[in-house]
Design a binder for this molecule. Structure first.
Ligand SMILES: Cc1cc2nc3c(=O)[nH]c(=O)nc-3n(C[C@H](O)[C@H](O)[C@H](O)COP(=O)(O)O)c2cc1C
Length: 190
């Protein structure tokens, strides 16, 4: 009798654990990156999200994201390199693939990050291209923790001291702060 009681308790605890693991809000961090700079920013965003307890995240390139992952995410943090002052065609195609009928993305949190070769040759325009699309879907837009990441996190990767190097710490910190803020707000909201 005692043994069966203990087994029942273990079974119930197992169910509770599985249920609570399943119900954690999820942040989808996704990006396009050809030479690794935007990927490095995405990893820093993930570091920020992972510092928040009871929030899960998925980190993967846009090419690997499924429709279910988009639908199930409580927040989407999207990253693009700047190409000719804009998002890349791959990021545009990804956004175009988001389900629209019934506006299933409405009230999900949205945030953005970019990397661009130079100062003031497209990084803000690229952030706003993604933000505009997110707002068309009814998403709630969130900027970074710092004033210097007000619209999202950006990194300069090809000009002056920032050329021919890894993405610099000052930019990675902005990305991390963005992830942490989105994580915290996702937790409050869900
Ligand atoms: C086709 C192409 C167009 C680009 N256009 C711009 C641009 O308009 N402005 C800018 O700041 N950087 C531009 N860049 C530089 C990239 O945005 C920059 O190198 C970025 O960090 C690359 O990201 P990735 O390493 O994740 O691919 C361009 C790069 C390519 C390949």
């Amino acid at each position: 009798m005692k043994t069966s009681g203990a087994l029942l308790l273990i079974f119930i605890l197992g169910i509770v654990q599985v249920t609570s693991a399943q119900s954690l809000p999820k942040v989808l961090i996704t990006y396009h990156s050809e030479s690794g700079k935007t990927k490095a920013m995405a990893e820093a965003v993930a570091k920020g999200v992972s510092s928040v307890k009871e929030v899960d995240f998925i980190l993967k390139p846009i090419a690997e994201v499924t429709k279910d992952e988009i639908l199930q995410a409580s927040a989407i943090i999207l990253g693009s390199p700047v190409y000719n002052g804009n998002i890349t065609p791959e990021v545009q195609a990804f956004i175009n693939s988001w389900p629209f009928d019934g506006r299933p993305l409405k009230n999900k949190i949205g945030a953005v990050f970019v990397t661009g070769g130079g100062f003031s040759i497209g990084e803000e325009a690229t952030m706003f291209a993604m933000i505009r699309s997110m707002m068309i879907h009814g998403m709630i837009i969130v900027g970074g923790e710092e004033l210097e990441a007000a619209f999202g996190a950006s990194a300069i990767t090809g000009e002056g001291d920032f050329a021919d190097r890894e993405v610099q710490e000052i930019f990675l910190k902005k990305a991390e702060g963005l992830g942490r803020r989105v994580g915290e707000l996702t937790k409050i909201k869900d």
